[in-house]
Ligand binder design. Structure first.
Ligand code: NDP
Ligand code: 2IT
Length: 445
């Protein structure tokens, strides 16, 4: 590590010593930047690294709401506006019982570089609450979203900060959040949230964008070794928004997905997962993945086990952070896995990443591979800004081009800085440079 980088990491550790996920994300980015700091001494003179590691603004707030039994519930809400050099803060909202400030900060930090890689004008942010939507009725979710937005509305706006979905937040929640924002502000400000339903201002293909984009990125990685999906066995973790549409695109492009999961366990279906059924179970009925076996008796369900024990040639982690550890990475490689492409944010631990890279596995890090979701969110903002709506194909084609460009940008930056096909280094450097240039241009602010 360059001494300046070491110094900044040291300061960041001291300031944030209770937030291991945030420090993990910061360390991964900083470790890639040595050649850039050597090439650009002005980064140290202007102290750009210390500035980029400190959020511009963080809010933490109380959310009080009433459940169906009439009990008063209290949750904690967060929004981190991490870096606004490239545009309005942009990033999702996560509703999950494990949410805390460090988790939101890690996600917001990743979002800075991801959003920069899209080439669009969006800064980095993230938010959420320690609320568990699981087992809650529709009206409880609505009351929670209203209470959440009652406070959040002070900090967001179509030119200020634009939230969207993440774990536990989809079109239903975005609808309730928008309704409350409209009620409080008395403004039909479409571009204040993305991931809206397509009936009233959402972009076609936003729902599919993260999963599709991740598969487009994997396709580009495969092309570098003259390969294609044809018949390759894939495992996808999760069965939520990202996992579902990664599975659909993989199937469309000729791969075979044999397993997917939820937080209770995984299903294995040797002849290939029935995408439409999983979509019905998870997206429509909001049920558990094990109910898949009620229709497909030849499939298997394993409760409480990691889906990564299923042998595959390609792995698509699309559930949550740190789901692939050093040991899991070894199991995947021993079982013949040659490509890992991350739909989730930071799903592989640093040790796991190291193992993949040492073994020559094609490894696409989340901040590059899952950028399709936020890219189409920015396209949704563009459509909203002039009250227009593009066709599904138009958006999908733009998404495809953006993913190709992100891939080639990562590749060219990894080549230029001496580690060919190191997508981690390529993504971190390319993402960082664009933000850093904007920060320098804006002066000492
Ligand atoms: P969803 O809530 O739609 O789905 C999440 C899936 O992951 C569910 O199957 C869920 O299982 C499982 N899961 C969640 N948390 C855990 C956990 N702690 N352990 C095991 N399984 C878990 O979320 P998304 O699909 O939107 O998000 C998935 C990942 O993709 C996240 O890392 C998110 O940050 C990332 N991402 C999302 C984007 C988007 O556009 N939505 C864009 C880019 C990245 P269960 O149903 O049992 O809870
Ligand atoms: O992690 C992510 O990029 C998202 N959850 C999507 C963010 C967005 O603003 O669409």
């Amino acid at each position: 590590m360059h001494p300046y980088i070491e110094k900044v990491f040291d300061i960041t550790c001291k300031r944030n010593h209770t937030e291991p996920l945030f420090l993990q994300a910061v360390q991964e980015v900083l470790e890639s930047l040595t050649p850039v700091v050597e090439e650009h001494p002005e980064l140290e003179e202007l102290n750009v690294l210390e500035r980029i590691c400190e959020p511009e603004r963080q809010v933490i707030f109380r959310i009080v709401w009433q459940d169906d039994q009439g009990h008063i519930q209290v949750n904690r809400g967060f929004r981190t506006a991490f870096n606004g050099a490239l545009g309005p803060y942009k990033g999702g909202l996560r509703f999950h019982p494990t949410v805390n400030n460090g988790m939101i900060k890690f996600l917001a930090f990743e979002q800075i570089f991801k959003n920069s890689l899209t080439g669009l004008q969006i800064g980095g942010g993230k938010g959420g609450a320690d609320f568990s939507p699981r087992g809650r009725s529709d009206s409880e979710v609505m009351r929670f979203c209203q209470a959440f937005m009652t406070e959040l509305c002070r900090y967001i706006g179509d030119r200020r900060d634009v939230p969207a979905g993440d774990i536990g937040v989809g079109a239903r929640e975005i609808g309730y959040l928008f309704g409350q924002y409209k009620r409080i502000t008395n403004r039909y400000e479409l571009g204040v949230l993305t991931g809206k339903s397509t009936e009233w201002g959402g972009s076609l293909a936003r729902k599919e964008a993260t999963g599709y984009g991740c598969v487009y990125f994997a396709q580009e990685m495969l092309k570098t070794s003259g390969e294609a999906f044809d018949g390759k066995t894939c495992v996808v973790s999760g069965s939520g928004n990202v996992a579902l549409y990664a599975m659909q695109k993989l199937e469309q492009l000729g791969a075979k997905v044999v397993a997917c999961s939820d937080s209770d366990g995984y299903i294995y279906h040797e002849k290939g997962i029935d995408f439409e059924l999983v979509r019905q179970i998870k997206e429509v009925d909001r049920q558990r993945i094990r109910t898949y076996l009620e229709t497909h008796k030849d499939a298997k369900y394993k409760a409480g086990c990691s889906v990564w024990e299923v042998p595959c040639q390609m792995a698509f982690p699309c559930a949550t952070q740190n789901e692939i550890t050093e040991d899991t990475a070894r199991v995947l490689i021993d079982n013949g896995c040659r490509l890992v492409c991350e739909g989730a944010n930071m799903p592989t631990t640093p040790e796991g990443v190291h193992i993949f890279q040492e073994a020559g596995v094609l490894y696409g890090p989340g901040k590059a591979a899952n950028a399709g979701g936020v890219a189409v969110s920015a396209l949704e903002m563009q459509q909203n800004a002039n009250w227009s709506a593009w066709t599904f194909d138009e958006v999908d084609q733009r998404l495809h081009k953006i993913m190709e460009k992100i891939h080639s940008t990562c590749l060219s930056h990894s080549q230029k800085y001496g580690r060919d096909q190191d997508y981690v280094m390529g993504a971190n450097i390319a993402g960082f440079l664009r933000v850093a240039q904007a920060m320098v241009a804006h002066g000492v602010v």
